[in-house]
Design a protein around this ligand. Structure first.
Ligand SMILES: Cc1cc2nc3c(=O)[nH]c(=O)nc-3n(C[C@H](O)[C@H](O)[C@H](O)COP(=O)(O)OP(=O)(O)OC[C@H]3O[C@@H](n4cnc5c(N)ncnc54)[C@H](O)[C@@H]3O)c2cc1C
Ligand code: SF4
Length: 553
């Protein structure tokens, strides 16, 4: 049915509309109400509940929370209970490991004073705080469309229509989406936000910036054998099983209640189309250093999410008429620290302060210029500036030399406020880094042992992913012939390996290779939207409430 034939959408008007109930969106909503309780603020979230789609480490630097709720530590319901007690960094080889002395690590890598916990649970707690202040939160609704006024300024978002069948026609449960209109709209969609991507293109927010860069993080939550549990232990590694020309590394954090998280990040500028981040993660867990911590335990949950890695030089212009990008929608992750949640909170607060000041002056739908200059001049800019060369050095010189140079660069930036490298460029976007299959080495991954390593389908099962099956496929392939000609014939179908949820398959049907998309398994990590070698796949929001249901990731 044509959009013009559909019934009109109902709308609601607010001072500020926030898209996404992650740390950035919730901090923004809370700060707005702290500044002026009379402001009307709405948050729309595509997960079935707040936290359902949040996947992070997480070691959390409390700088943002300290600013938002200075007495949060006295709140018995605050979910961050475990302070970091020990920091360990390892270089892994196939059988052995080398522990790096903490003294060689630049001070910014020190995790003392930080907390280990579930960012999903932090968001659930923040949502309670926001609602107590009068913020309206609508989980289960995806912001699917941008709204503009006649001058081209953003006036809000529309949530997706519900009950559209796979054929694109309204079904018996059809319900039109809602227009949520705001004087300002803050986009807090996290890494590779689907509307944020449209805004960046429409307003050319990335002009003069380096391309965005990403990693894919895959994570599991474990209940450990109590004898092996050390609350507050934070362990990172790099090296094996990745070869030196592929960036990435692991994290293993011991939480409270006998639980630990183990995860692996693969930089998405890898070049071998046969590489599977999922299989690398499974293989990593078989290393003696990791196996000894996991054996005797039970895997509870699984998930995956892209993480922004472009840093300072890739952050697009963050403001445009009527709104701003906050948190990882802008890309505020400090890559060597693998931390972005603190900057998500700080950026949400800063954007809220600018929006509240503008509203107090009677302004609407203009650019919050103070936010753009403020993040660069303030603590977010300082945090990202010091580490701006770590990722490009790693990409250029490989793991061993690149990390050593990155370490020196962080020391120089810390001690001398100067870098011998200036500001390095990233070069290509991650979609352009694959080599043709004929020039690449096939990788034989070991079979899962069912003790510490597992297959993809049993893993996806633990993400509690669910989508209404009768809906249009939310992974849009622009040109199927190109997918066959290039993704399949030239690159040997890397989507089958980079997707951590087994969504994509090339299947032979009547003598032809057909691209099958098992969209109901999608965990919303956004990797296909980033890594497809022809940028031929676009991730759009499925029906609200669909996707993973992470318990405490
Ligand atoms: C594997 C991994 C490990 C990490 N480890 C750490 C760590 O240890 N410490 C740390 O500080 N940071 C870590 N990070 C980074 C951290 O998770 C992010 O910086 C942080 O989550 C960004 O917050 P955000 O609010 O910008 O976005 P997100 O946390 O991604 O939240 C975005 C929210 O918006 C919702 N949403 C998106 N699009 C829409 C839409 N169109 N409509 C409605 N809702 C929408 C999503 O469902 C989600 O709930 C890690 C990230 C990963 C992937
Ligand atoms: S289909 Fe794309 S977004 Fe969904 S899980 Fe696979 S790679 Fe991630």
């Amino acid at each position: 049915m044509d959009a013009a034939e559909l019934p009109e959408r109902e709308g609601m008007d607010y001072d500020v509309v926030v898209v996404g109930a992650g740390p950035a969106g919730l901090a923004a909503a809370i700060r707005l109400k702290q500044l002026d309780e009379n402001l009307s603020v709405v948050v729309v979230e595509k997960g079935s509940e707040v936290g359902a789609h949040i996947l992070s480490g997480a070691v959390i630097d409390p700088i943002g929370l300290d600013r938002l709720f200075p007495d949060w530590r006295e709140d018995a319901d605050a979910p961050l209970k475990t302070a970091v007690t020990e920091d360990r960094f390892y270089l892994l080889g196939p059988a052995g490991s080398l522990r790096l002395p903490n003294a060689v690590m630049p001070p910014l890598m020190n995790n003392h004073g930080n907390y280990v916990g579930s960012l999903g649970n932090v968001c659930r707690w923040l949502a309670g705080k926001a609602e107590a202040l009068g913020v309206e939160i609508y989980p289960g609704f995806a912001a699917a469309e941008l709204l503009f006024d006649g001058n081209g300024a953003v006036t809000g978002v529309a949530t997706g229509d519900m009950g559209i069948g796979r054929d694109g026609e309204p079904g018996p449960n059809f319900a039109r989406g809602m227009e949520l209109r705001g004087k300002y709209t803050l986009f807090a969609e996290g890494a590779r936000g689907s509307l944020s991507k449209q805004l960046i293109a429409r307003y050319k927010l990335d002009e003069g910036r380096e391309p965005p860069k990403f990693g894919l993080g895959i994570k599991e939550l474990w209940q450990l054998d109590p004898a092996r549990h050390k609350p507050g232990l934070v362990q990172h590694s790099f090296g094996w099983p990745l070869s030196s020309d592929t960036g990435g590394g692991s994290f293993l954090y011991h939480l409270e209640d006998g639980q630990a998280v183990v995860g692996f990040v693969v930089h998405l500028n890898y070049s071998n189309p046969y590489l599977s981040p999922f299989e690398e993660f499974q293989r990593f867990k078989t290393h003696p250093l990791i196996r000894e911590q996991l054996e005797g335990g039970k895997r509870l949950s699984y998930g995956a999410r892209a993480i922004t890695e472009g840093g300072y030089q890739s952050v697009p212009r963050t403001v445009f008429p009527g709104g701003a990008l906050i948190g990882c929608a802008a890309g505020f992750v400090n890559v060597p620290r693998i931390k972005g949640s603190h900057n998500a909170v700080l950026s949400g607060m800063l954007a809220a302060e600018e929006a509240a000041a503008a509203l107090a002056q009677g302004r609407a739908q203009d650019e919050l210029e103070g936010y753009e200059t403020g993040w660069r001049a303030g603590e977010i800019g300082a945090d990202l500036w010091k580490v701006r060369n770590v990722k490009p050095l790693w990409s250029k010189f490989g793991t061993y030399v690149g990390i050593a140079l990155g370490g020196l660069d962080m020391w120089a930036n810390t001690l001398l406020k100067w870098s011998p490298f200036g500001t390095l460029r990233h070069g290509k976007p991650d979609s352009d880094t694959l080599k043709p299959a004929k020039d690449s080495r096939k990788i034989a991954y070991p079979k899962p042992d069912g003790v510490v390593s597992f297959d993809r389908l049993s893993s996806v099962f633990l993400s509690n992913t669910n989508h209404e099956e009768d809906q249009p496929v939310h992974l849009k392939v622009k040109d199927m012939a190109l997918q066959k000609r290039s993704e399949h014939d030239v690159y040997a179908g890397p989507s089958n390996r980079y997707c951590p949820a087994g969504v994509y398959e090339w299947v032979e049907k009547d003598g032809e290779e057909v691209f099958v998309i098992n969209a109901q398994n999608c965990v919303h990590c956004k990797t296909c939207d980033i890594k497809d070698p022809n940028r031929n796949i676009t991730w759009v929001t499925p029906e609200g409430g669909g996707g993973p249901n992470y318990p405490n990731m």
